[in-house]
Design a protein around this ligand. Structure first.
Ligand code: NDP
Ligand code: MG
Length: 380
């Protein structure tokens, strides 16, 4: 029986993680959760899964829950997320919270020796060096949940990492794949939220439309698989059937395929190195799919991908700025304060004026993250 602590339980990945637990009650037990402000869903999760510890974003919501569920341990704010992350009974932490707020809970959980199943890519982008270094020191596994990284991780099983020629991440192209830059003027929030293949949270759906999601994933891959950016490439693949690939020195390419269902990589991270049947999983029929398409990535059309490669190669605090600027700009777009194309303009401006600090510690990263968000807001 694996005991799970789940951060971001009320989100898209969180809900799908709960579905996996629901389907394998004999294999998994939910012992701790953190959520944001969706109190109604938190109540349902408490009643169905009976976790022992629950943390929510606001103190007042925590107090409401305390009166409703007096037997529960309750936390709130960042301390609450951290407490959920290091909950003593948990063996594995599924980090599915949104944004760089997930960094300190991840580091705390690593120090506490928990296995980490990481969906929260912003954490690896903003401070991958701290996370992977801590994982090495504490002999902790960081297992990918993001579908591309899970595909690569699966393709690497039994392989010698020294034989890797390159990682090939696939990109669906998001909601606006077939539009030119001119056609992106004035697109609406609801158009941007309409992803062709995947149903995901709002922020990552916008990130897919700007291609920043793939940029964040390139940086995530750099840290998870310890490879230089020159060995990480991206190819457009509109069907999202091949979730990513590894090319080896002998020219062999190993790919992982499947229907677009995030529960597959979530469950693999929970069962690794074993596999379990996927509750109500849809099997892939290649004959029905018929054709798969691939094309070269256009860095002029998808500027955010270029920003991400550049920020990653520069290193230091540059990826922190990239991530924080993106989080702030996407939030402003979702609130209707800026246009779609302004997202990348704001990110570019903030990146250009940043003086990079190399080898930043946690405090430096948190300071740069906060400053960057302020800069974006002042530019708006
Ligand atoms: P959602 O927006 O659907 O969910 C985010 C979760 O985090 C919710 O539970 C939310 O709580 C909680 N949350 C947000 N902000 C805070 C905060 N400040 N304090 C505490 N809790 C907070 O996001 P997704 O599930 O789509 O994504 C989660 C992570 O997984 C992201 O890093 C994303 O990039 C990554 N990812 C997602 C994929 C997907 O298919 N969705 C695929 C691959 C990676 P509440 O709703 O209660 O307010
Ligand atoms: Mg992904």
């Amino acid at each position: 029986m694996k005991k799970i602590s789940l951060l971001g339980a009320t989100g898209s990945i969180g809900i799908q993680t709960l579905d996996i637990i629901r389907g394998h009650r004999d294999a998994f037990q939910l012992v701790a959760i953190s959520a944001g402000r969706n109190l109604d869903l938190v109540r349902k999760i408490i009643i169905e899964f009976k976790p022992e510890f629950v943390s929510v974003q606001e103190k007042a919501d925590g107090e409401t829950l305390r009166t409703e569920f007096p037997e529960l341990s309750i936390g709130f704010g960042i301390e609450g997320i951290e407490e959920a992350a290091i909950y003593p009974k948990a063996d594995i932490l599924v980090n599915a919270v949104l944004g760089s707020v997930g960094l300190s809970p991840t580091l705390r959980a690593i120090q506490a020796g928990k296995t980490i199943a990481i969906a929260n890519k912003e954490t690896l982008v903003t401070a991958g060096h701290l996370v992977m270094d801590a994982a090495r020191r504490h002999n902790v596994q960081v297992l990918p949940v993001d579908s591309e990284h899970s595909a690569i991780f699966q393709a690497l099983q039994g392989e010698n990492e020294k034989s890797i020629e390159q990682l090939i991440l696939t990109a669906s192209g998001g909601s606006f794949r077939d539009r030119t830059r001119e056609e992106l003027q004035g697109v609406t929030v609801s158009e941007a939220l309409n992803h062709p293949n995947w149903s995901m949270g709002a922020k990552i759906t916008i990130d897919s439309a700007t291609m920043m999601n793939k940029g964040l994933e390139v940086i995530e891959a750099h840290w998870l698989f310890a490879l230089p950016y020159e060995q990480i490439s991206v190819v457009l693949h509109k069907e999202s059937i091949i979730h990513s690939m590894v090319e080896f020195h002998d020219t062999s390419i190993i790919a992982q395929l499947g229907t677009p269902d995030m529960r597959v990589p979530i469950q693999y991270a929970l069962t690794y190195p074993d596999r379990l049947p996927l509750p109500s999983g849809n099997r892939l029929s290649l004959a029905q799919v018929g054709k798969l398409h691939f094309s070269e990535m256009d860095f002029e059309r998808f500027r955010c991908l270029k920003f991400a490669y550049d920020a990653g190669k520069t290193g230091g605090t540059m990826p922190t700025v990239l991530n924080a600027a993106n989080e702030a700009a996407v939030a402003a777009f979702l609130e209707g304060k800026i246009s779609f194309l302004q997202i990348e303009d704001l990110i570019e401006k903030v990146l250009e004026k940043h003086n990079v600090i190399m080898n930043p510690d946690l405090e430096t990263i948190q300071g740069v993250d906060e400053e960057t968000r302020k800069s974006v807001i002042s530019l708006i």
